[in-house]
Design a protein around this ligand. Sequence first.
Ligand code: XMP
Length: 517
Amino acid sequence: PVLVVDFGAQYAQLIARRVREANIYSEVVPHTMAVDEMLAKGPAAIVLSGGPSSVYAEGAPSLDPALLEAGVPVFGMCYGFQAMAQAMGGTVAHTGLSEFGSTPASISDASSTLFNGQPGDQSVWMSHGDSVTEAPAGMRVTASTAGAPVAAFEDDERQLYGVQWHPEVMHSTFGQRVLENFLYRGAKLSGDWTAANVVDELVGAIQDKVGESRVLCALSGGVDSSVAAALVQKAVGDQLTCVFVDHGLLRSGEAEQVEKEFVAATGVDLVVVDAREQFLSALEGVSDPEEKRKIIGREFIRVFEQAARDVVGSRGDSDHPVEFLVQGTLYPDVVESGGGTGAANIKSHHNVGGLPDDLQFKLVEPLRSLFKDEVRQVGLELGVPEAIVWRQPFPGPGLGIRIVGEVTAERLEILRAADAIARHELSAAGLDRDIWQCPVVLLGDVRSVGVQGDGRTYGHPVVLRPVSSEDAMTADWTRVPYEVLAKISTRITNEVREINRVVLDVTSKPPGTIEWE
Ligand code: XMP
């Protein structure tokens, strides 16, 4: 792999993603990992991420020079660049010339390894207080800015490179080209991390792990569990049984997509549990968001547990017991839990967990090394229907947390109709890739007066909540064109009798969360 050494900034994951966009596998490791341990992973190259503002800051992480002497190509960015300069005997100084944001850089050697084929003037994204004032011996300086006389250095012989800026952010206009030049020309790697190869590799790993045992998967209809199931199906075929709990809180057409299209495309053995009545009666009279979430989570476990027992009884035998449970864990979760920074519990999210002791499964997590966009590529490669592969993130508790107030069968029907219209029009306007997700929220306990034809109405509002985001941790409201909003509003109020008002949520996250409950 290409190892991205995380010096504690928020950029390491982004760098890893950029390396993979160049079709090369990469992993994030903490800077506290010993050099021996890093080298034991057999790195093809190493990227040093950005980090604290200054190598002189108190507690600033240092770079073990051994990493630069191991014969592995290294590329330092921002803090990583300064740490490299310092470790190799260059000078890093407080010059008082800090630079933040888009900065013009001049490239002094446009035929160098990093800058080959690029213009001599480019805009780069800076974030530094200190500067490298003297390059280490043997390093050729190939770029400078007003505040950083040494803004890039290169040594082809030792395959050591660095830039003062952040090539991984899109504001650095040639950032990806610089990174790719390092990978392909500097480190001489080839881009063979493609969806087809990833599928082959993951299929092999699943086969090794699972052997002859049987595997159970909770299919939610979302991207992750669907792609995970399709991978396991490809690996071990009918040793897999999927359980789909229809809790009645899905959007229009989603249950059918799982039951028909997904099964037709992948051939999985699917057990559908129709628990719609059970969820509705458990939610009767409940308006509090956290209580709804707890009830939905609890009922889900109950239903799934029973289905799992049935599958264990009907599909397994003593030679081939149901031993494994598929989980759609993604790489960012793995990195984040390794980082150990526990986030506050803002909302109680639910996933399958907390199964009883006599139903202990070993986990198969085939997506553990993948980012979301890679999961989608793998899904397409496996023939998972596009409607599922490109599905927006959808919360486990489903429409249950998109109805403010009590969840009833009638309200679910109203919301499903409005949501289907909004989704259809946003897709028709070509906005699917600009919008991370667009919850449609029914204000079940709010009524407002309207007029339709000659009559007074007293109906419910729905809220459109289109957001743009990279990872759902932060988000901004999407500037959907007025004419698209107008069409959605007209259609919903014309076609869904109970709704007489459509409103737009223009709050970023923070302070608002994406969902309303
Ligand atoms: P919030 O509303 O916290 O949502 O900004 C962030 C992202 O998480 C999704 N979400 C959930 N996903 N189970 C899930 O699997 C849940 O209980 C849950 N609640 C929120 C939400 O749709 C958004 O993408």
